[in-house]
Ligand binder design. Structure first.
Ligand code: RVP
Length: 504
């Protein structure tokens, strides 16, 4: 006879936190959001601790190098998507690891043969007023000059005027060598009254640009997540098929942690992948596994050697696995069950295996709920896809700014290796959709606003750390009618409010 899980399976929106006593110490500024990323023994420290308990989803529409850098600056971590060649994924890891804080790799590069009309079009797309000119237009090509808005008059100059005719040639540009540090670069900027300073290698190839405005923002990244060599921390997705070729390239590129990306992780494929990594790298390579939705799945992966375990099947905003296959579980119930199993495992073995709640976070308060239910950190897709730094272009749909967001199981992603039933396209069917999400501006503003809400709710629960939140949180299930009571009701909303609610 089949096993029936007791009770109903619930999700985040069905819960609320009941406030507890908060002392005068409990103010958002005193809240510490540090969280373990990987397993550790009782009394020891984890090898990687997040400063912000957020990681970005292993997805083409979410985790590219630009978002990885922006998120590490806020204390979280990205897992670069694995649904690309191992070489391309390793290149993205290298891009994050070699990123010099404050040095921007330009995404609007010109060639000398481009016309003023093309420059204007690029400027409109990227909003960048300073554009380097390189030999072949590549971000790290040989620097030939620079174009800023002082170099042309858009309404007077002919539209077919060539960049080579109006750029400031490299001989007249103040540049700094790649060995310069950020503080020295800043001094050069100030002494010469520059807005930007190109950094070049000895052979003249462009490393990137330091902008006057960015120096100050770098100085104000007190939360940034750095490795021992002061490089940004970044992770990478892997699958259960080509790990023998992919893992060495990612490790070589400097990935700080790996994560098996799969829709369902309670499988022999995952155990084999973990075993291979342990045989070849011992504990030096950190690797998470998943996804599971119950205690049995957790224990299987913890015993198999996972450094963290990811929870969630079918709760992702773009995910239709539950509709297509009828597998999954309400995210809150799955999470509560797995976190209980983690605590029991810790009791028994003295090894704490962190749990990541993956998918289904819609409102900021869902983040606090997930952390209160026991999650050590959260994986978010839709949330990060909305920001400037996600890989997709911003588009206008029905008069509103949107970003594109598609599932790794959608036809668009072509990520058949994510499904462990042989990784063969012929054996697969779509489990995800292609969609738009409302554009939400720079990651930094969005994350800081979400963290403020988390901190403030934690204070209402009398918790100054995530461990305290887990211990002190008091959760209650809510009825469908009290859900209605919780939103604005029985009033006619003005448009300004609707915009605020829409952008949440
Ligand atoms: P969300 O944050 O709700 O957008 O969910 C993101 C998560 O959804 C991912 O981390 C992953 O677990 C899951 N996902 C990604 N692609 C698909 C799919 O195509 N079904 N699901």
């Amino acid at each position: 006879m089949a096993t029936f899980f007791p009770g109903v399976s619930h999700t985040f929106s069905e819960y609320l936190l009941v406030p507890g006593y908060s002392s005068s110490e409990c103010i958002p500024a005193n809240v510490d959001l540090k969280a373990p990323l990987v397993k550790f023994r009782r009394g020891e420290e984890p090898a990687i601790t997040l400063n912000t308990p957020m990681v970005s989803a292993i997805m083409q529409a979410v985790s590219g190098p630009r978002l990885a850098i922006a998120l590490a600056q806020e204390g979280g971590m990205s897992f670069i998507y694995g649904s690309q060649t191992a070489e391309d994924e390793a290149r993205m890891i290298r891009e994050v690891k070699s990123y010099k804080a404050g040095v921007v790799v330009s995404d609007s590069n010109l060639t000398p043969d481009m016309t003023l009309a093309e420059v204007m079009r690029l400027k409109e797309q990227t909003h960048h007023s300073a554009m380097p000119v390189t030999e072949n237009g590549a971000p790290h090509g040989k620097l030939l000059g620079i174009v800023t808005s002082r170099d042309y008059r858009p309404s007077r100059d002919p539209q077919d005027k060539l960049v080579r005719e109006f750029m400031t040639p490299v001989e007249k540009v103040i540049v700094a060598p790649a060995t310069v540090n950020l503080s020295e670069a800043n001094d050069i900027i100030w002494e010469n009254k520059l807005n930007q300073l190109p950094i070049v290698e000895e052979d003249g190839s462009l490393v990137g640009l330091v902008f006057r405005k960015d120096y100050d923002s770098h100085k104000s990244n007190p939360n940034e997540l750095l490795d021992a060599s002061k490089r940004y921390v970044v992770g990478a997705g892997i699958n259960t098929r080509d790990y023998a070729e992919r893992v060495p390239l990612l490790v070589e590129a400097g990935a700080d942690a790996l994560c098996i990306d799969s829709s369902e992780g309670y499988s022999e494929w995952q155990a084999r992948t973990l075993a291979w990594i342990r045989e070849n790298y011992g504990d030096s390579v950190k690797v998470g596994a998943g996804n599971v939705v119950d205690a049995e799945g957790f224990r299987f992966l913890a015993d198999a050697g996972a450094d963290f375990v990811k929870v969630g099947i079918g709760g992702g905003s773009i995910c239709i696995t539950r509709e297509q296959k009828g597998i999954g579980r309400g995210q809150a119930s799955a999470l509560i069950d797995v976190c209980e199993a983690r605590d029991q495992y810790f009791e028994e073995t003295g090894v704490y295996v962190p749990v990541c709640s993956d998918g289904g976070i819609v409102y900021d308060y869902h983040m606090t709920l997930a952390l209160a239910m026991g999650a050590d950190f959260l994986m978010l897709g839709r949330y990060f896809a909305r920001f400037d730094e996600s890989p997709s272009e911003r588009v206008t749909v029905n008069g509103s700014y949107m970003k594109e967001y598609w599932g790794e199981g959608s036809a668009r992603a072509r990520n058949w290796a994510r499904y462990d039933l042989g990784g063969d396209k012929k054996l697969s069917f779509v489990e995800g959709v292609d969609s738009y999400v409302p554009y939400a501006g720079p990651l930094r503003d969005g994350v800081q606003s979400s963290l403020l809400k988390i901190r403030s709710t934690m204070c209402n629960c009398g918790a100054l750390t995530l461990d305290e939140l887990k211990e002190k949180a008091r959760l209650t299930l809510v009825s469908a009618t009290s859900l209605v009571e919780g939103g604005a009701h029985d009033v006619v909303l003005k448009e300004t409010n609707q915009q605020v609610l829409f952008n949440n």
